[in-house]
Each structure stands twice: as C-alpha cells, then as structure tokens.
Design a protein around this ligand. Structure first.
Ligand SMILES: Cc1ncc(COP(=O)(O)O)c(C=O)c1O
Length: 376
C-alpha cells in the first residue's frame, strides 16, 4: 500500500538487528511464546520504565482485555474513558459486560477532561481509563487522586506514549496497569504486539494466568507446581518469540527512534507555527512537565471542510495525511447518549501528518511546503 504514496503516512523502519534476532529465535528452536526474547523484552521494558512487571501480549488490544479481566467486573459495572480513542479501549471492557461511560476531552491536549470526571462517577464506577493521546500525558495527578479516594482503578491506555513522561514519571507507571501497543504504526513495533505493565504486585500472577489461556503454566515452567491446569478465565495472549525477537531489536534502539521522531516533530512545529497562527490552525500543545513521545503530529484545522481539503490536496501530491478517531459515543454500538462536544469538533477537524523514523528532511520539507500552500 505504501508504494502508492510518494510520502506515506507511516513506514515501519528496520533498526538493524531484527532479521538476525528472528533468525536466532528460529535457530534456538523456540518460536512459540515465552522464550528468551520475550524475557529480554519484558526485562528491558520493566527496567527502563522502572515498572513492577511487564508481560508481552499479542497486541495492545489484548493487554487491555487482560486488564479488564483482572478487574473482575460484574455486569453493569461502569468504566469511564474518553470518547476520542481507539475502539479497543472500549471493546476490552464491553466484552466483560461493563457499561462504558464516555467523557469528553480537553481542548488543549485532546486527553480525557479530568474536570468532567466527578460528574461521571457513580456507585458502579470501577475504573477510569486515561488515554495519553499522541503520547502527551493526561492530568494524572488529578485523575489518580480522584480515583484513589474512591477506590477506583486507573488503567492507562498508553498505546501512544512509550517512554514519554509526566512530572518525571514514565507514562504507564502511574495506573494500576497500563497497555502498550507495538502495532506497525507505533514508535517501536513488531507488526502486531503489545504489553501490559502491571504496577500492583498482587496482580502479576493472575495476569500471567489470564495470558496463558487461564492456566498456571508460568508457575509450572518456573518449577513452582508439578503440573499445570485450568485455574481461571483466560485466553491465548502470548506473542511468538519471533515477534519478541523483532521487538527487542527495536527496543534496543529506543533512544535513536525517539530522538529522530522528536527532531521531525520539532521541525513540523517550527515549519508550520507562523502559518498556523495566520490560518486559525492549532498545532499540538504539550503542557509543562510533560515529555511527549513524538508519536503524532496533528493539525487542528478551523473546520471539517478545510481538513478534508488539505487531505485531498496532499493526496494529489502523493502525500498521505490521515484523520483519526471517530467519536465512540456516536458509534452504532453505543445506545446511550453522551455530551462530548469537544470530541465531536476535534474528530472532524484533525489531520495527522506523515511521521516515521525513515522520513528524511527533504521529504518533510515537501510536506511542510504543501501544507503552507493551502490558502484558507
Ligand atoms: C489508544 C489506543 N489504544 C489501543 C490500541 C490498540 O492497540 P493494538 O493495535 O496493538 O491492538 C490502539 C491502536 O492503535 C490505540 O490507538
């Protein structure tokens, strides 16, 4: 699909040792889950994020599904999340028969509006799921405090923000659990993959059981039990060690990846700042105290018509720019009504520009030039 575009929206980059490591996994004879590359990725993530535990999963979606299973939700229990997110954030909890309560987003960071949360809480609220949009942190102090005093679990959807920080703490380490995604479009990728960060030690062994088809297989492998059996609900959430091998090669280059993406993100900012001001276009806002992951560079256009015009104009020049989430509260799956005016406005006006490790500066200058040519 990428070949169609002079400048695609995303192009996954090989960072050097992917093929070598995959070959090694094959030669080691361990291509199912839970091999040495899985172990290395988990340890690298745990140590570099300073997390309690990390388990690799087959996707970010599946990490969220494990988190939802760990909540032991009863039908009708409520889970609050932004409407402006990927469908998996909601689906994971809906699969457990939770009632999803959609919050609106802040106009600046496009993250869940923490000031709206108190009005959405009820006796049945079991969890809040902040989504760090574009790898820019949600207001975690306010969210954590609100949930702490009421015994509500915070589960971070950190699909976008690996290695980003909030007040010096890594995103994904502030909630009880957090989901990461290594989908092809993410900063660090293995095609399809994810991880669950577990910051509450009491959940680690149950999380392993859920990941291992509801069995205590991990304990059996560690020699803690002499056979393994069915002990809880679970599924097959363990990625192949070949994927973990690919992922390790990427994780080892995490600083290089972040550096390059940040450079490109800043070049977009510098190249478009004055044009944006003059054309009523809003560029991303990163609050003080947050270091973002340079995952998304978006333009918030004045209206839907100008957004669609820009996408079409870039398309004609061979440049793929794309919009993002459709408001979940307006989807056919949601029967209740929710007030999320910022979400609705943003979803119709947002466009993301190409941003990937291999994007070179000449290509990026061409994107900037084409955007600047748009007369509003
Ligand atoms: C906010 C958010 N959460 C969860 C996911 C799901 O991740 P995955 O594609 O790895 O299942 C995505 C995917 O893009 C996402 O954007």
């Amino acid at each position: 699909m990428n070949r169609k575009w002079r400048i695609p929206f995303n192009r996954p980059a090989l960072m050097g040792r992917e093929i070598e490591y995959v070959q090694q996994a094959i030669e080691d004879g361990h291509i199912s889950g839970g091999g040495s590359f899985t172990e290395k990725c988990q340890n690298l993530l745990k140590d570099s994020l300073n997390a309690e535990a990390v388990i690799l999963t087959t996707s970010g979606t599946h990490a969220l599904e494990i988190a939802a299973l760990l909540l032991d939700l009863a039908p009708g229990d409520e889970v609050i999340m932004p409407s402006f997110t990927f469908v998996s954030t909601a689906n994971a909890f809906a699969l457990r028969n939770a009632r999803i309560i959609f919050a609106d987003i802040r106009p600046d960071t496009l993250n869940i509006d923490e000031e709206q949360l108190p009005s959405l809480l009820s006796e049945r609220t079991r969890a809040v799921v902040p989504v760090h949009y574009g790898g820019v942190a949600c207001e975690m102090d306010a969210i954590s405090e609100l949930c702490r005093v009421r015994g509500i679990t915070v589960i971070e959807d950190n699909a976008h923000g690996l290695f980003a920080t909030y007040g010096g703490r890594y995103l994904g380490t502030m909630g009880k659990m957090a989901a990461l995604s290594f989908h092809e479009t993410k900063n660090v990728t293995c095609g399809e993959g994810g991880a669950l960060i577990i910051n509450d030690p009491s959940l680690i062994s149950r999380a392993e059981i859920i990941r291992d088809k509801g069995t205590d297989r991990s304990r059996f492998i560690r020699g803690e039990v002499d056979k393994y059996t069915w002990v809880s609900l679970g599924s097959s959430y363990q990625p192949s060690d070949m994927l973990a091998a690919y992922l390790l090669a990427q994780l080892e280059k995490r600083l290089e990846i972040t550096r390059k993406r940040s450079l490109l993100w800043n070049r977009y900012m510098d190249g478009l700042d004055d044009w944006a001001v003059g054309n009523r276009v809003r560029l991303p806002i990163v609050p003080d105290g947050c270091r973002h992951s340079a995952h998304v560079f978006y333009l918030l256009m004045p209206d839907k018509v100008s957004r669609d015009t820009l996408i079409e104009k870039l398309r004609r020049k061979g440049i793929l720019a794309v919009f993002h989430y459709q408001p979940l509260h307006l989807s056919g799956m949601v029967k209740e009504s929710f007030e999320c005016p910022v979400t609705e406005s943003v979803a119709s006006r947002l466009v993301r520009l190409p941003l990937y490790f291999g994007l070179d500066e000449t290509e990026q200058d061409s994107v900037i030039g084409e955007v600047r040519n748009l007369k509003l």
